[in-house]
Design a protein around this ligand. Structure first.
Ligand SMILES: NC(=O)C1=CN([C@@H]2O[C@H](COP(=O)(O)OP(=O)(O)OC[C@H]3O[C@@H](n4cnc5c(N)ncnc54)[C@H](O)[C@@H]3O)[C@@H](O)[C@H]2O)C=CC1
Ligand SMILES: O=C(O)[C@@H]1CCC=N1
Length: 283
């Protein structure tokens, strides 16, 4: 797995036109990242089903919006499909015939293999499978990408440049996509779950909800920054918090008693397995 960008915006996307089809939670975050990469708002069109959603996106990002997916792909160099996995097949069938020559179609859908996507588009369509995560909205995401049979290095590199403003971008083998999704795609949900549980525990100890939540968020942010900036292994940093005979080991023993580490292993296997099931159910 090679990291292709360092999260820095790249000026080489000027003039690139991008259509976002189905602009919900994930595609909005990818759209925000594309703008941060230097794609001009006038070169972006976002499709939605609900007019109020379209109005909110136009107001927030200054992009064009429409409910017409086929019209949206006309003239687009890159088309990012952001609908639920069960809706991807119908979306590709709807827009496939309207794609410009050489357009690159990016799918962010969990589970759906390149072969599934390519089979539902005209022969020879350039397809990139991606797995982003929602911190892309604030430029702190990680995204995996892999190019399909008709892509060349320049196609994948173009997608990477568009994603650069979303955060870190990794080129991976397709066999690793489900694992990447289980860890990083779903990962923000695990972190939010932990933050919520820590805040709840603070409330149990008598802190106000606001203070408990603030402490939990700042502790997670600070710990992530410490990991990142020192490059230390998490075990080493954990040991530096755990004084002999102190409070932290007493707490960590309870986490071990509760099977938290094993639960994480089970959880990621479940996410990976669900990805595979989606491919089997929809293929
Ligand atoms: N939410 C996340 O953290 C991540 C999601 N994904 C993938 O992103 C995709 C979208 O997931 P979410 O954003 O969570 O779902 P979402 O439900 O927030 O977004 C889907 C959007 O597509 C719109 N849509 C559906 N059919 C449409 C049509 N025919 N024309 C125009 N718009 C249409 C819906 O109205 C909705 O706004 C899924 O395939 C998921 O696997 C991948 C990585 C992370
Ligand atoms: O829950 C899901 O299926 C999507 C894919 C990864 C994160 N959210």
């Amino acid at each position: 797995m090679n990291e292709q960008t360092d999260g820095q915006a790249d000026a080489q996307v000027s003039g690139v036109t991008v259509a976002f089809l189905g602009t919900g939670n994930m595609n909005e975050a990818v759209l925000a990242g594309a703008l941060a990469s230097g794609v001009a708002p006038r070169d972006v069109v976002a499709t939605t089903r609900r007019p109020e959603r379209a109005a909110a996106l136009a107001e927030r990002y200054g992009v064009r919006t429409t409910a017409d997916n086929t019209a949206a792909v006309h003239g687009a160099h890159v088309v990012v499909v952001g609908v639920k996995p069960k809706d991807v097949g119908a979306m590709l069938a709807e827009v496939g015939g309207a794609l410009d020559d050489g357009a690159v179609v990016v799918s962010v859908a969990a589970g759906l293999p390149l072969a599934f996507l390519e089979a539902r588009l005209p022969a020879g369509t350039r397809v990139v499978r991606a797995m982003p995560n929602t911190p892309a909205l604030v430029g702190a995401g990680v995204t995996a990408v892999v190019g399909g049979a008709a892509t060349d290095d320049a196609d994948v590199a173009l997608v990477e440049r568009i994603l650069a403003g979303s955060g870190h971008v990794f080129r991976v083998a397709e066999k690793d996509m489900d694992a990447f999704g289980a860890l990083a795609g779903s990962g923000p949900a695990y972190v939010f779950y932990v933050v919520d549980a820590m805040a709840e525990a603070g409330v149990l100890l008598g802190l106000t909800r606001d203070v408990a939540r603030h402490l939990a968020v700042e502790t997670v942010l600070g710990s992530a920054k410490l990991l990142d900036e020192t490059g230390e292994h998490p075990v080493v940093l954990r040991e530096k918090v755990s004084s002999p005979g102190g409070t932290t080991v007493a707490a960590l023993r309870r986490l071990d008693d509760g099977g938290v580490r094993a639960a994480f292993l089970d959880a990621l296997e479940a996410a990976r397995d669900r990805s595979r099931e989606l491919a089997a159910e929809l293929g």
